[in-house]
Write a protein that binds this ligand. Structure first.
Ligand code: NI
Length: 262
């Protein structure tokens, strides 16, 4: 049994009818739970409406650091939207200095507000970080993110950053990027990461893993991420599946377990 700890179903599915086949495919590959991650407040209501009929899908609320010209969330609004059982995390939030230009103080402020909201509602953070390593760690520390913890999603950083994040109660999540041929440094991190801190995800519809690279990614493909990591670590697929699933429920304790949900 597997969990896809990070997907964007509302971007994968243009209409509600597109979702059932995606979920059937995921179920056929033993994906028991999915966490559908928000990227903006504008899209949030339709995302929640899309997933409403399916208890095997949890959700987060937040505004992606790449979002410009979007509604800026304040702490109160994030807390109000997070106050429902389906919402198990705040995010995705964080810093992205790769895509953005100029004075990025607005990104850092947005990130701080997400951390404050997460602490206020006692839900973990889903953090996106790209080309912003030092500021990400500094702001997480300054805003005492360790009190709620979370995950560095779609991890592409080095071992030092993984260690610094784990010291603040964060998990490390690997996406299909770890399966790419040129991802040798990242594969080295996946090899040495303590099993009890590892999560896996698709980040679908982006970043399909080998052997599906180039196709639209979907939650079922998280199996390929798990298989690849099992090979790297010389562990069984079953043990990677079990650990990452256990870790998911430990972090996102609000997510219903399958014996209750399905
Ligand atoms: Ni994402």
């Amino acid at each position: 049994m597997l969990v896809d700890s990070h997907c964007h179903l509302d971007m994968l599915c243009q209409q509600a009818d597109d979702l059932p086949p995606v979920l059937e495919r995921a179920q056929a590959d033993a994906i028991q739970h999915l966490l559908c991650v928000a990227i903006s407040l504008e899209r949030f209501p339709s995302m929640m409406e899309l997933i409403a009929p399916y208890p095997q899908i949890s959700a987060s609320v937040g505004v992606h650091p790449d979002g410009v010209d979007v509604e800026e969330p304040d702490v109160e609004r994030l807390c109000a939207l997070a106050d429902q059982p389906r919402i198990v995390a705040i995010g995705e939030t964080g810093l992205d200095y790769y895509r953005a230009e100029g004075d990025l103080e607005w990104q850092r402020e947005r990130f701080r507000r997400h951390i404050r909201a997460a602490r206020a509602v006692n839900k973990p953070l889903i953090v996106h970080t790209r080309a912003a390593r030092d500021d990400t760690l500094r702001i997480l520390a300054e805003e005492r993110a360790a009190e709620i913890g979370g995950v560095l999603h779609c991890f592409t950083e080095d071992w030092e950053m993984a260690q610094a994040a784990m010291a603040m109660n964060f998990y490390i999540s690997f996406s299909g990027i770890v399966t790419f041929k040129n991802a040798l440094d990242l594969q080295a991190v996946a090899r040495r990461l303590p099993a009890e801190r590892m999560l896996i995800e698709t980040d679908s519809p982006y970043l399909a893993p080998v052997p599906k690279r180039g196709k639209a990614n979907q939650p079922a493909y998280v199996r390929h991420v798990a298989e690849f990591i099992a090979g790297l670590r010389e562990e069984s697929f079953a043990s990677v599946a079990e650990m990452t699933t256990r870790n998911f429920y430990a972090l996102f304790t609000g997510a219903p377990r399958p014996d209750r949900a399905l």
